[in-house]
Design a binder for this molecule. Structure first.
Ligand code: C5P
Length: 403
């Protein structure tokens, strides 16, 4: 799936060592379907060449407003007129200061002043420069002017220092650009999601778990952040990266057992929407052994199970009404081996929730794809096979209309 299909992006590159990541960023934007038009400042060309950017994007690279070989010397107006967004990565302290004052003394700054499309900046600079009151003032002013500032992150810097000011990685910038273009159907809403499996310890080295990969829950978390929500992601053991972490709009709480997931979820249950996507173990171990259980000949140990708390049921029991709408709006998931619609409908009734989503198999666990059957008070609706992120966006669209 290409999430930037038909999007025209002007990629501005200003002078800073992080410019060495601009070719990779251009490549990723193109991979997502965008067409990329590069504009470079004079300083940027000290770090990466226009030829590199031209070869990667397949488009001429603009470096000066004084280039008389270009048919139109109104490039600064035309480039922004046809663009869906201008993205500047890296954005240097100098460029940010300039843009915050509305200065226009080279092609890139002139283009920004003359634009009628959104502007996104990904700052990159030494930590002292980032922390300097002047830069903070620039960032604040740009923010007030409606410019989106992506990052920066904290970490190792080219100057040898460690701190705030590192440019986000190209993959993070690309994810944020994609998010920028998504409909903000959950702006101002708080969304809680459980995802992944749980692990029930038998002893310090053994336990019982399941095949849930967490991919669907994480895709819903990403789609919810894209839609403008503040997201709490309660994750069972899985090695997936937290989506859109650099936005600061997602809080991930890692848990292991169903009991821990229950406690973490209930503590965060004051939310607008709750998606119970986790494959929670139905039973835990009554008395997990403190030491590793030793093998005793051929005799197998007997393990006593106890029922785990039903997280979704407990959140659903505490639902209040906010006006005429349930708060939180609870969405359950169902994976069944037979008769999905009947079992899922029954589950929806039993748990007293307004919506349940059936995973239409056969192989939904580790796959990036799925098909969904959405059941609510109006009946059932199939969302055909697609990537989990695409399904998640559609599901978020449906839920947003309910709250
Ligand atoms: O019938 P079952 O309990 O398996 O229904 C599945 C739904 O309930 C899923 O949304 C799952 O996340 C949720 N669930 C839960 N806590 C449990 C068991 C299931 O939240 N202990």
């Amino acid at each position: 799936m290409q999430s930037l299909l038909n999007k025209k992006i002007v990629l501005g590159i200003s002078g800073g060592i992080a410019a060495y990541k601009a070719p990779e960023l251009a490549r990723q934007l193109i991979q997502e379907g965008a067409s990329v038009q590069v504009v470079m400042t004079e300083a940027a060309q000290q770090f990466v060449t226009p030829v590199t950017m031209q070869a990667l994007t397949g488009n001429p690279v603009y470096t000066s407003q004084w280039d008389s070989s270009i048919a139109s010397n109104m490039a600064h107006i035309e480039l922004s007129r046809s663009a869906d967004a201008i993205l500047i990565a890296p954005a240097s302290a100098d460029l940010m200061a300039k843009l915050s004052l509305g200065l226009a003394d080279d092609l890139l700054s002139t283009l920004c002043l003359a634009r009628d499309c959104p502007l996104l900046l990904s700052p990159a600079m030494n930590k002292q420069m980032w922390e300097h009151a002047a830069t903070q003032r620039s960032a604040q002013r740009l923010n007030t002017d409606g410019v989106a500032i992506l990052g920066p992150a904290s970490g190792f810097q080219a100057c040898g220092e460690v701190g705030m000011g590192r440019m986000l990685e190209p993959v993070e910038i690309t994810e944020q650009v994609i998010a920028f273009f998504q409909k903000k159907s959950l702006a101002g809403k708080k969304v809680l999601i459980t995802a992944g499996p749980t692990f029930e310890a038998i002893d310090p080295v053994r336990g019982i778990t399941n095949h849930s990969s967490g991919k669907m829950g994480f895709a819903i978390a990403r789609a919810a952040v894209e839609a403008g929500a503040e997201v709490y992601l309660i994750a069972g053991p899985c090695d997936l990266e937290t989506p859109l972490e650099a936005t600061g709009k997602i809080t991930r709480i890692n848990v292991v057992s169903a009991k821990e997931m229950h406690a973490a979820t209930l503590a965060a249950a004051d939310c607008d929407v709750f998606f119970a996507v986790a494959a929670v173990a139905d039973w835990g171990i009554a008395k997990p052994a403190k030491e590793k259980i030793k093998r005793q000949g051929k005799a197998a140990p007997s393990i006593e199970f106890i029922a785990n708390p039903d997280i979704l049921l407990d959140v659903a029991k505490a639902v209040k009404m906010k006006g005429s709408k349930p708060y939180p709006y609870c969405v359950g998931f169902a994976a069944e081996s037979t008769d999905l619609e009947a079992h899922a409908s029954d589950k929806r009734q039993r748990k007293g929730i307004p919506m349940i989503v059936g995973n239409i198999g056969p192989d939904t666990f580790a796959s990036d794809f799925n098909q969904l059957l959405v059941i609510d008070e109006t009946g059932s609706k199939k969302i055909p096979q697609a990537e989990k992120l695409q399904l998640a966006r559609q599901l978020i669209g449906l839920v947003a209309k309910k709250i």
